[in-house]
Design a protein around this ligand. Structure first.
Ligand code: 8YV
Length: 314
């Protein structure tokens, strides 16, 4: 299919890096911008396929005139400038399905943690406060609560399914109503937040969902409401979230994603009603290996016949 070169953009799972280097003799984009410019001037015209997890901006895509496919490690592809791919007919694949369970597990785990104070309780024990005779404050019950899912896609459904086993009442908001579920549909994120004890954010990132969880949505959740975000930091107005958490206007949050990772607002470090995680939704040995294998299968398929196993509709 291609007589061109394969380019690795950013760090990847070791299985993918090994395969790219040994089977395909892939080129690797230098991390330093100055080195990258010289590299692209020399090798850019040869590259037909890029493999990435870090993403690709319009300038990088523009520096690869023969680029025909971008193979993304990750289900979310908001770091790839899709608008720059489309007019050139460049195809894109991602890694759906294989990570659904792990991301759903982490979302439910984060929700339980922030409601019950598991991480906070662990710190309490380690600080010796229990041994010193202090009482850990009572926290909130998970079973039977009302949970709003913002984005009822594959992962949103898996989260809802798990929470049904906890007797939770599930509602959701999507751009479009989903036909085959019995969950209540909320017409807007604000309406979703008004009718829920917790909102779990699991939409795609990108321009279409930028700050969808606005100050108004956070206010609608209120002092006894909780926010769980396993999607992208960009989906939440992070300044409004930090303000609400520090003032007590929001009950708590479990956050796996942030707007400027790996930077996390330091104001949150002292808050025991906030669970902070280092973007680990899919980060298990099993799931990352499955994602790596899916990347390799997409690459093989594209090189064999120009199609993809898991194409993103552009
Ligand atoms: C990681 C994720 O960001 O799949 C996604 O969209 O958020 C995560 O799995 C990553 O892409 C893996 O390196």
């Amino acid at each position: 299919m291609t007589d061109g070169a394969i380019l690795q953009v950013g760090g990847l799972h070791p299985t993918v890096e090994r395969e790219l280097a040994t089977t395909y003799g892939a080129l690797r984009l230098p991390p330093e911008p100055g080195d990258a410019a010289a590299f692209l001037a020399e090798h850019g015209p040869d590259v037909t396929v890029a493999v990435t997890s870090a993403g690709m901006d319009a300038a990088l895509i523009g520096a690869l005139p023969r680029l025909a496919a971008v193979i993304n490690l990750g289900v979310g592809y908001d770091a790839v400038d899709v608008a720059a791919l489309k007019p050139r007919g460049i195809v894109l694949s991602n890694t759906p399905d294989v990570l659904t369970d792990c991301v759903a597990d982490l979302a439910v785990g984060g929700l339980i943690d922030v409601f019950r104070g598991m991480s906070a309780g662990d710190r309490f024990v380690r600080r010796g406060e229990w041994a010193a005779g202090r009482k850990f404050p009572l926290r909130r019950r998970v079973s039977g609560t009302r949970v709003g899912i913002l984005g009822l896609g594959r992962i949103g459904r898996a989260i809802a399914h798990r929470l049904e086993a906890f007797g939770c009442t599930i509602s959701y908001h999507n751009r479009r109503r989903v036909d085959d579920v019995a969950y209540a549909y909320a017409a807007s994120p604000v309406e979703l937040a008004r009718g829920a004890d917790a909102v779990v954010v699991v939409t795609p990132g990108g321009p279409g969902t930028q700050a969808l969880v606005s100050a108004e949505v956070i206010a609608a959740l209120g002092p006894s409401g909780y926010l769980v975000n396993v999607a992208r930091g960009s989906v939440v107005d992070q300044d409004a979230l930090v303000a609400a958490l520090t003032s007590g206007a929001l009950g708590g949050a479990a956050l796996d994603v942030f707007t400027d990772e790996p930077r996390v607002p330091e104001e949150l470090f002292a808050l025991d009603n906030v669970v902070l995680l280092p973007h680990i939704g899919s980060a298990t040995v099993e799931t990352r290996e499955a994602m790596a294998q899916l990347v390799i299968r997409n690459l093989e398929r594209f090189l064999a016949d120009g199609t993809l196993v898991t194409p993103v509709p552009l």
